[in-house]
Design a protein around this ligand. Structure first.
Ligand code: ADP
Ligand code: GN1
Ligand code: MG
Length: 369
C-alpha cells in the first residue's frame, strides 16, 4: 500500500493552507497505517516544517468523522495546555486546515489528506533507548487519560468498530484461517494453535466491561512508543500523537499496548523471535510513570487488571498480524516477505514470557497500588 495512492500529493499540498514555498517533501516515520511525509516550506526566509499524511481510508472508513474527533480532542487539549502555561504548538497536534476551511482535503482520486505542524526538537523512538524515556511515556499516557477524563465521550465517533474487542478479533482470525486465501495456513499451524490454546482468556476484558467491573473511558488505543514525542532537550515526553484511534475504551488497553511494544526485549518485527521477552525492569518503570500520571482516576479493579491488559493486547496484536499474514498482507504496511509473520511470532513469544513472569508482574503492580 502507499506509493500508488500518493501520486496526488502535489495536489494535496496545494489544497492545504501550508505557508510559503515548498522546498522538500519526503516520506517520514515508521507508522504501519498512514502515509506520512515531512514537508518543508520557506516563508519569507523562515523555515516552516509540516507533516502531511494520507489517511488510510481502507483502515479508516470514515475519515471525515475521524478528523472531527481529532479536531475536537486537540482543541480541548490545547485549552488544557494553555491553562497550565504549556506550549500548545508543541504539546499537542495542531491541524493545518485546508484552504476551504475544512480539517482535511481530498485529491482528485478521492484520497483524504491532512496537515499538522511539525513538532521540532523532539523525536519518536521505535525502541526504548533508556528506561527514563519509557517512564516519561508512561507518565504522559497516564496524564493523557486523566486530561481526557473530562472530554465528552459522546462527541467521539468510533473510528474502527470493535478495535480492541479481542473475541471479535479472534472470530476474524478464525475466519481467515478457514478461508486461507493465500494458502499459508499450513505454514503457521504452530502459531494458529498458540492462539487457539488461549481462546478461553480472550473475553476477559470485554466481560468485565459488560459486567461493570471496568469503566469505559476516553482512551488512545494505540499507545506504542513511536506514538509519543520525546523532547530532545529535556528528555520529557512532550506530545502524544497518532490520535486516529481515540475512542471510548479501557485504560488497560492503553497500558497494555504500551507494554507490548516498549517492554519487549526484541523489536516488534525482529526476525528472531527468541529475542523477545518481557523486561520486568521496563514493565516496572512504565507502571511507575503511568500510575503517577493517572493513579487517582483508576479504580482498584483497573489497577489489578493492568497485567491482563498487557497480555491481552500482546495476544490480540499477534493475532492481528497473523490474520494479515493469512490474508496476504493487506492491512499493515510491510517491507519484506514474512514481515507480518515475524511480528506475530515476537508477540506470541512475549505472551509466553508474560505467562512465565505472571506472578512478578502482579507483584510489581501491587507495589504501586
Ligand atoms: P501511523 O498511523 O501510520 O502510525 P503517525 O501519525 O503515527 O502514523 O505518524 C507516523 C510517524 O510520523 C510518527 O511515528 C512520528 O515519527 C511522525 N510524526 C507524526 N506526526 C508528527 C508531527 N506532528 N511532528 C513530528 N513528527 C510527526
Ligand atoms: C498500528 O498506526 P500505528 O503504526 O501507530 C495499528 C495498531 C497496532 C500497531 C502495531 C489503526 O499502529 O493497532 O497495535 O500498528 N493501528 C491501527 O505496531 O490499526
Ligand atoms: Mg503511529
Amino acid at each position: 500500500m502507499g506509493d500508488a495512492q500518493c501520486k496526488k500529493i502535489g495536489e494535496a499540498i496545494g489544497l492545504l493552507a501550508f505557508q510559503g514555498e515548498v522546498v522538500s517533501c519526503e516520506r517520514y516515520g515508521n507508522g504501519h497505517i498512514n502515509d506520512t511525509f515531512r514537508l518543508v516550506c520557506v516563508d519569507r526566509g523562515a523555515i516552516k516544517p509540516y507533516i502531511i499524511q494520507r489517511i488510510n481510508n481502507e483502515v479508516f472508513k470514515d475519515p471525515v468523522s475521524l478528523m472531527k474527533n481529532i479536531s475536537g480532542v486537540t482543541s480541548f487539549l490545547r485549552e488544557a495546555i494553555i491553562a497550565q502555561a504549556g506550549d500548545p504548538d508543541r504539546e499537542t497536534l495542531n491541524i493545518v486546515k485546508a484552504r476551504d476551511g475544512k480539517d482535511y482535503c481530498q485529491d482528485s482520486d478521492g484520497n483524504y489528506w491532512r496537515g499538522y505542524l511539525f513538532i521540532e526538537g523532539a523525536t519518536t523512538y521505535d525502541k526504548v533507548r533508556n528506561p527514563e524515556d519509557f517512564y516519561q511515556s508512561g507518565r504522559a499516557f497516564g496524564r493523557f487519560l486523566c486530561r481526557l477524563g473530562e472530554y465528552p465521550a459522546g462527541k467521539l465517533t468510533e473510528t474502527i468498530l470493535n478495535f480492541h474487542n479481542t473475541p471479535v478479533r479472534l472470530q476474524a482470525f478464525k475466519e481467515a484461517v478457514k478461508a486461507d486465501v493465500c494458502n499459508r495456513a499450513h505454514l503457521v499451524s504452530k502459531e494458529i494453535n498458540f492462539v487457539l490454546d488461549r481462546e478461553s482468556e480472550a473475553d476477559t476484558a470485554m466481560k468485565l466491561l459488560r459486567e461493570g467491573g471496568l469503566p469505559l473511558r476516553v482512551t488512545h488505543n494505540d499507545t506504542k512508543l513511536n506514538n509519543i514525542m520525546i523532547d530532545d532537550q529535556t528528555g520529557e515526553a512532550l506530545c502524544v500523537i497518532d490520535l486516529d484511534t481515540i475512542m471510548p475504551g479501557l485504560s488497560i488497553f492503553d497500558f497494555g499496548d504500551a507494554i507490548r511494544f516498549g517492554a519487549n526485549t526484541a523489536e516488534e518485527d525482529d526476525p528472531d523471535s527468541s529475542k523477545a521477552s518481557l523486561s520486568l525492569e521496563l514493565f516496572e518503570i512504565y507502571t511507575k510513570g503511568y500510575m503517577e500520571g493517572c493513579k487517582e482516576v483508576l479504580t482498584a479493579e483497573e489497577r489489578t487488571m493492568l497485567p491482563m491488559g498487557a497480555k491481552l493486547m500482546t495476544y490480540e496484536c499477534g493475532m492481528r498480524f497473523l490474520t494479515d499474514f493469512l490474508q496476504g498482507d493487506t492491512y499493515f504496511h510491510t517491507s519484506r516477505d514474512n514481515h507480518n509473520l515475524d511480528r506475530a511470532r515476537t508477540q506470541f513469544a512475549l505472551v509466553a514470557d508474560m505467562e512465565k513472569k505472571w506472578v512478578e508482574m502482579k507483584e510489581i503492580i501491587n507495589k504501586y497500588q
